[in-house]
Design a protein around this ligand. Structure first.
Ligand code: GLA
Length: 519
């Protein structure tokens, strides 16, 4: 069939429309789709493999190694790796690399993932040395979902769900039990959580709901995931369960022997312990004690400290006492209405953010979460959709540890779209480890600008106001000049090539998160 010349012209026009960037974002204001309704912005993952996760991974020589290659795409996928040291083995069907970390050094690996629809390749550098957590740790924490209801069964289920939901395929790794796993002396709400704190040798005892800690971590590890545990330097934790007081080294050894890979150490009521005062030395003492104990243990354990928030400013000394991440504020569950303020406060400590050393503004609380004041059963969040995008964007731009603390068994499409956008997570996992610089704009709005390893910049345009606002990023603010490509990271879509500025409408209490790069 012969096509008319008008049809050719029409096709040519249509083609040009597809390839020509829309310059208007650079000059005038384009309306973005409102996100006050739960609109899913993250494009669905494709059937062909897409390898996600960090480009660098730190581990310590002689210790057990475990890494599940985060990869989206239709299973079965066959994984292969070039350059893997002989001490490490890759399971080609699960993508789990395990073994023992070889000698100190850097290993440049090329990972490949292949299925019937296509393949993906990616470089991955294993750095065996003193440092771990070279990119912000990612995972799940039981606290805001299950509080004092957490059990072994729920933790195993969380591991299953981390895999089946696809979260592990974008980098979520740690399955962390928070408070309430040990015994309490008295606990009216649940007598089954009452029991002896320790055995005759002083070993800490898990409560009725955790009958087999080794079995639990084995289960988590069998999926290529890692396990986390919680305690306090006080004799009791914040909720009244046995803490580590007087048994610090012994408990640390026990956690390692049980197979845990992450430890949260929470100040709680430690101020009441004998001899504790408000001096910096006193504030640091318990954290330093565990920090040193962890150094002599034959296991890589990420160490998260949760200090007395208003005292001591842990970002300034967290790394010195051996921690990899430290809280920068009080419990976020008690001030979820203030996430913009909490983020701005966290970013005050941006100079302390670097590979292996992370500011922790607490967990991502969206989807089904329980009221933190009442330790309530999970309910669907009332946080506006646009604010949830802003939440995840700020945490990514601040290189914060990304821990989802909500009910994994009730993940819906919208919540998963917030948690699992690989381009947004890539910003979080960037090798430089920089926490974004806050640039204040008019009426409470602000930018967060994060330099990335490839020379590009991730920028969040945040509008905490109650109505949509036009916002601008001026190249002068970014210290760049010339033509740059602006890509919308949530929509995974190139917007325009701009020469001096970028202007866009940002939804109320929301964000537009872009990557500004040469290509
Ligand atoms: C403190 C911590 C929380 C949580 C609870 C558990 O409040 O800040 O993150 O661990 O204790 O009791």
């Amino acid at each position: 069939m012969k096509l008319q010349s008008t049809t050719y012209l029409f096709l040519l026009f249509f083609f040009l429309l597809q390839v020509t960037p829309i310059e208007s974002y650079c000059k005038s204001i384009e309306k973005q789709i409102e996100t006050s309704q739960p609109e899913v912005l993250t494009p669905a993952s494709k059937p062909q493999p897409r390898i996600n996760g960090p480009l660098v991974y730190g581990c310590r020589p002689g210790h057990p190694f475990l890494y599940r290659i985060p990869c989206q795409g239709e299973r079965p996928i066959r994984f292969s790796a070039k350059g893997l040291p002989s001490e490490l083995k890759l399971d080609s069907s699960t993508g789990i690399i395990s073994g023992t970390v070889p000698v100190k050094g850097e290993f440049e690996i090329i990972i490949q993932a292949k299925n019937s629809k296509g393949k993906d390749k990616r470089s991955f550098k294993i750095i065996a040395g003193d440092k771990i957590a070279l990119t912000p740790p990612m995972g799940w924490n039981s606290w805001y979902a299950h509080y004092d209801r957490i059990t072994d069964e729920m933790t195993r289920e969380a591991a299953d769900l981390m895999i089946s939901s696809g979260m592990a395929d974008v980098g979520y790794t740690y399955v962390n039990i928070d408070d309430c796993w040990s015994n309490a002396i008295t606990y009216k709400k649940d007598p089954k959580r009452i029991g002896p704190p320790r055995d005759d040798q002083g070993n800490i005892l898990p409560n009725f709901y955790f009958p087999d800690m080794n079995g639990l971590t084995d289960y988590i590890h069998s999926k290529g995931l890692k396990a986390g545990i919680y305690t306090s330097p006080s004799n009791i934790t914040c909720t009244g369960f046995t803490g580590a007081y007087g048994h610090e080294e012994q408990d640390t050894r026990q956690f390692a022997a049980w197979g845990f890979d992450f430890l949260k150490y929470d100040w709680c009521s430690y101020s009441k312990m004998p001899g504790v005062d408000e001096s910096l030395e006193s504030l640091q003492k318990p954290f330093r004690q565990i920090g040193s104990a962890l150094k002599s243990i034959d296991r890589d354990i990420v160490y998260n400290i949760c200090q007395s928030w208003d005292a001591g400013e842990a970002p300034k000394w967290g790394a010195e006492v051996g921690a990899h991440t430290w809280r920068t504020g009080q419990d976020l569950g008690l001030e979820l209405d203030k996430i913009f303020e909490v983020a701005i406060n966290n970013s005050k400590y941006r100079e302390y953010s670097k590979p292996g050393e992370w500011n922790d503004p607490d967990y991502i609380q969206i989807g089904w979460i329980g009221n933190a004041r009442k330790l309530g059963a999970p309910e669907l969040t009332s946080m506006p959709a646009s604010k949830q995008y802003a939440f995840m964007s700020m945490w990514s731009l601040m290189a914060a540890p990304i821990f989802y603390s909500g009910d994994l068994s009730r993940l819906d499409e919208f919540t998963l779209n917030i948690l699992c956008n690989p381009e947004v997570i890539e910003v979080n996992q960037d090798q430089l480890g920089e926490s974004g610089l806050v640039i204040k704009k008019s009426e409470g709005s602000f930018l967060m600008v994060k330099n990335l390893i490839d020379g590009s910049k991730a920028v969040g345009l945040f509008n905490p106001g109650k109505s949509a606002a036009n916002m601008e990023v001026d190249w002068k603010e970014l210290h760049i000049s010339g033509k740059y490509l602006v890509r919308d990271l949530w929509r995974q879509k190139d917007l325009s090539k701009c020469s001096d500025k970028f202007t866009i409408e940002v939804p109320a209490e929301g964000v537009v998160m872009v990557k500004i790069s040469k290509h």
